[in-house]
Design a protein around this ligand. Structure first.
Ligand code: NAD
Ligand code: LMR
Length: 335
């Protein structure tokens, strides 16, 4: 059954991630082969012309599911009737810049966009914030949208999740397709905690293959290689490419929204930064990454996992950073 067209708004549409994302959305990879898509591209005035160029290319692909493209520099227009909002537009971190430096530069963007979503979005709107600092930008947007259920605001840690899958596959020789139940906790930053203690490879716990327990022979690999490699991968890509990750970020955004709408596979979970309900001691209201499943179009935190001392300390450290970011944007009057 072919559905009515969904309106998908992409901010920062003329940027690197935008370029890697829009063609995949238009081809049906975001919402599936039965949902035509109307694209709304939001850019700053100086970049509208470049977005028009991308739109010309989208036209030239003759995607059967693409039922229209609007380009605007007006947030009110961009989010009017929106079903899926991908908030990508922000200033990317450049070499040597810390994410904290971005709070002020980018925080101002997300308040007005949250307000525009509040004013005009469709009842079923789903928001994914990609632009950094993603968790706190999502918090700002959500704080400006009091009429939209808070659980519609999310931030992206799926790229971190995918990076962790790939690193674990490389270490163990397993296929990424066989790995499940891995978790990214906390902030999309260098403090994030990629947790392997519940992960499984083809149904067998990773802890049976790798001795990552305290004092175990693989604990140094976990603490000194795996965790920092995943957590600092964004910086490593910037160092290598001279620009932040784009195609992999777009791919993760597709994965996040696709799972949110269509559900996560039975018996598996993924990672997403969602508004905390207080689970696992994460203060209510913070946008923090959790182990999640998507059921009936909603994210649910996977409950009841044992959190050992090693994990607890790292989750707490990342959550502390989120609290500091929240306090900083509060002081700046952004929430
Ligand atoms: P980019 O500089 O190539 O593109 C950003 C675009 O956003 C530009 O075209 C710019 O004109 C636009 N923009 C700026 N302010 C805007 C506004 N107020 N409204 C609409 N558009 C606006 O950057 P990029 O490489 O596409 O990265 C975008 C963001 O994504 C950055 O913040 C980056 O750090 C972040 N990122 C996040 C993840 C993640 O995993 N969460 C991964 C990679 C990158
Ligand atoms: C990434 O994880 O690739 C980005 O968030 C990089 C960054 O920190 O800007």
């Amino acid at each position: 059954m072919v559905h009515a067209p969904a309106t998908v708004t992409v901010t920062g549409a003329a940027g690197q991630i935008g370029y890697a994302l829009l063609f995949r959305i238009a081809s049906g990879q975001l919402l599936g082969p039965d949902t035509p898509v109307k694209l709304r591209l939001l850019e700053i005035p100086q970049a509208v012309k470049a977005a028009e160029g991308t739109a010309m290319e989208l036209d030239d692909c003759a995607f059967p599911l693409l039922s229209g493209i609007d380009i605007t520099d007006d947030a009110g227009r961009a989010f009017d009737g929106v079903n899926v909002a991908l908030l990508v537009g922000a200033r990317p971190r450049s070499k040597g810049m810390e994410r904290g430096d971005l709070l002020e530069a980018n925080g101002g963007i997300f308040g007005p966009q949250g307000a525009a979503i509040n004013a005009g979005a469709a009842d079923d709107v789903r928001v994914l914030v990609v632009g950094n600092p993603a968790n706190t930008n999502a918090l700002i947007a959500q704080a400006h949208a009091p009429d939209v259920p808070a659980d519609r605001f999310t931030a992206m840690t799926r790229l971190d999740h995918n990076r962790a899958l790939s690193q674990l596959a490389a270490k163990t020789g397993a296929s990424v397709a066989d790995i499940s139940k891995l978790t990214i906790w906390g902030n999309h930053s260098a403090t994030q905690y990629p947790d392997l203690f519940h992960a499984e490879i083809a149904g067998t716990k990773v802890t049976e293959t790798l001795d990552i327990s305290p004092g175990g022979k693989d604990q140094a690999w976990l603490a000194d290689e795996f965790i920092p490699t995943v957590a600092k991968r964004g910086a490593a890509i910037i160092e290598a490419r001279g620009a932040s990750s784009a195609a992999s970020a777009a791919n993760a955004a597709i994965d996040h929204v696709h799972d949110w709408v269509h559900g996560t596979p039975q018996g598996e979970w993924t990672s997403a930064a969602i508004v905390s309900d207080g689970s696992y001691g994460v203060p209510e209201g913070l946008v923090s990454s959790f182990p999640v499943v998507a059921r009936n179009g909603r994210w649910e935190v996977v409950q009841g996992l044992d959190v050992n001392e090693f994990s607890r300390a790292r989750i707490d450290a990342s959550v502390r950073e989120l609290v500091e970011e929240r306090d900083a944007v509060k002081d700046l009057g952004l929430i």
